[in-house]
Ligand binder design. Sequence first.
Ligand code: TUI
Length: 311
Amino acid sequence: METMKTRITELLGIEKPIIQGGMAWVAEYHLASAVSEAGGLGLLGAASAPYEVMKDYIQKTKERTDKPFGVNVMLMSPYADDIARLVVEEGVKVVTTGAGNPEKYMEMWKSAEVKVIPVVASVALARRMEKYGADAVVAEGMESGGHIGEMSTMTLVPQVVDAVDIPVIAAGGIGDGRGMAAAFMLGAEAVQMGTRFVVAEESQVHDNYKDMLLKAKDIDSVVTGRSTGHPIRVIRNQMTRKYLKMEEEGATLEELEMLTLGALRKAVQDGDVKEGSVMAGQVAGLINKRQTCKEIVEEVLSEAETLLKLK
Ligand code: TUI
């Protein structure tokens, strides 16, 4: 279909302007290759994984798809330097970054012709990334799951669009064609979705985690860690109740970290959705069915095209 071609589909060599978020522990090779095969852009989330694990994931993704895919480098990871180098060595076409400022890697990536797309939560960082040679930015609102900024998607996206000349991808709170159409009305040229892909058939996430998202209602997420400077949006459970109480009572950073250490892995892999960290966006309340990545990409795109009167 010719209708949804944008500077992002052109830049990335993809058919449809839908990107799957590079979610920690969730965005692995089954999911990423399925999204790329569906015509979007699949991402592998490096999170805190070491070099060898990511090298294996990149190779497995290459075995499953000939289409473009990317890697998300989580900048707070102790292995960020290694992963930054790995993507160049492996000839990965696209890098997105999260939870920080990727300036120190930009020159290396640019000279290797990697397309660089930092995730930003403010106009200031978007401007700075453009100056450093970013090819596009993801403007991510606080409706997102996981590590978040302060701005909402509705307010952040048009301000970033006005501030930079490079194309903008909208993220945070987008879970269907209505959200995608709205993002395009704000000036975005692609969308990134995370939560909707967590419940995809190809997603390897534990069923308990998927069920919790499918059952979640609008107000079921909370933000932990505001006091530590690392706000994280998760579905409310036993762990978040304890965390928020401790945070209110002035617990130390170490005490709080003890509670969350390994908590995401515990939820995603072991299915411990009581004590684990069930990261998800506010859009979880809108998501109520399991579909393949192909069905998700096609349904969201078709709804958006109808709303935007492109067909
Ligand atoms: O990165 C994300 N979401 C994430 S990362 C993650 S894993 C994690 N584990 C433990 C602690 C923290 C994270 C789970 N979810 N989204 C992209 C994103 N980046 N959202 C917000 C930002 C951001 C915020 C501030 C980017 C840059 C920034 O400021 C950088 C600067 O230095 O100005």
